[in-house]
Write a protein that binds this ligand. Structure first.
Ligand code: NDP
Length: 260
């Protein structure tokens, strides 16, 4: 099926690693123009070199910096002649329980999660308004529906974002902008490689992942791959998904709590 994304332009935040990078690759494969940002110039340069496309624009920018995000969105729209899609993907999780979470942790986490959606949205909005097939996809987590005590700030922030996405879907619908969420379970990306290193378990990465999958009750018995998450994101960006808004898709391999 032709997803109708050729010559469309999508801004993907956090495209220099993991799910964001896989999404950028998938969009380029569909013939779309892609603009992506991250904080680390070297990682962006590596992404640009490996994807090697004149339909890819990269820029250093922190999603918490509203002015920088606005300037990047304007540059992207100017380069490609507009914006049709936005993927709010940049972010990371915070491994904390209530007992070791400071007031600053709460502030930082809520700022990253909400600014990570609202700054790019405000920046992209004038350009999305001008598109005849505008779509916003928020990369969220199944934590939004069922919290994990060891990720207390991230779980609470994720739940708020899922709620926010529904408000946005309703408010932006008259402008023809669809808003949906993709809720990830455990996807094998840089985040998990870093956790494996930090765990210092003496296990191979593969064995450690199998143990994590069993511990979390993942029905498919493994972590997901970044391109499996990208598939759902790209499908929701597609003009073919023109009647889908205000909803969420779980990409989690049937993680136990989501099947309840
Ligand atoms: P990675 O750590 O592999 O990649 C994160 C990307 O976001 C990088 O490009 C990073 O670049 C960028 N980024 C992080 N913070 C900022 C910032 N403040 N401003 C701009 N860019 C930023 O993450 P994943 O691919 O694993 O995760 C993608 C999204 O999915 C994240 O929001 C994550 O929380 C969420 N998620 C992931 C899960 C998983 O199992 N992998 C599970 C549930 C949710 P740089 O560091 O250079 O800025």
């Amino acid at each position: 099926m032709d997803l109708g994304l050729a010559d469309r332009t999508v801004l993907v935040t956090g495209g220099s690693s993991g799910v964001g990078r896989a999404t950028v690759r998938a969009l380029l494969d569909e013939g779309a123009n892609v603009a992506t940002c991250g904080r680390d110039a070297a990682r962006l340069a590596d992404t640009a070199a490996s994807l090697d496309s004149d339909r890819l624009l990269t820029g250093v920018c922190d999603v918490r910096d509203a002015d920088a995000v606005r300037a990047f969105a304007r540059h992207a729209a100017g380069t490609f002649g507009g914006l049709d899609g936005l993927v709010n993907n940049a972010g990371q999780s915070r491994m904390k329980r209530l007992s070791d979470t400071t007031a600053e942790d709460w502030r930082d986490e809520l700022e990253l999660k909400f600014a990570g959606v609202l700054n790019p949205l405000h920046a992209a909005r004038p350009h999305l308004n001008a598109s005849d097939a505008a779509s916003v996809v928020n990369v969220n987590a199944v934590l939004a529906k069922q919290p994990e005590p060891r990720l207390i700030t991230t779980s609470a922030a994720r739940a708020g974002l899922l709620n926010l996405a529904k408000s946005l879907a309703r408010e932006l619908a008259p402008d023809g902008i669809r808003v949906n969420s993709v809720c990830l379970g455990l996807i094998d990306t840089g985040q998990w490689a870093r956790r494996h290193a930090a765990a210092d378990s003496g296990m191979t990465y593969q064995d450690w992942q199998a143990e994590v999958a069993a511990d979390r009750g993942i029905a498919l018995g493994r972590l997901g791959r970044a391109e499996e998450a990208a598939y759902a994101i790209v499908a929701l960006l597609s003009p073919r998904a023109s009647y889908i808004t205000g909803t969420s898709v779980d990409v989690c391999g049937g993680v136990g709590r989501s099947l309840l």
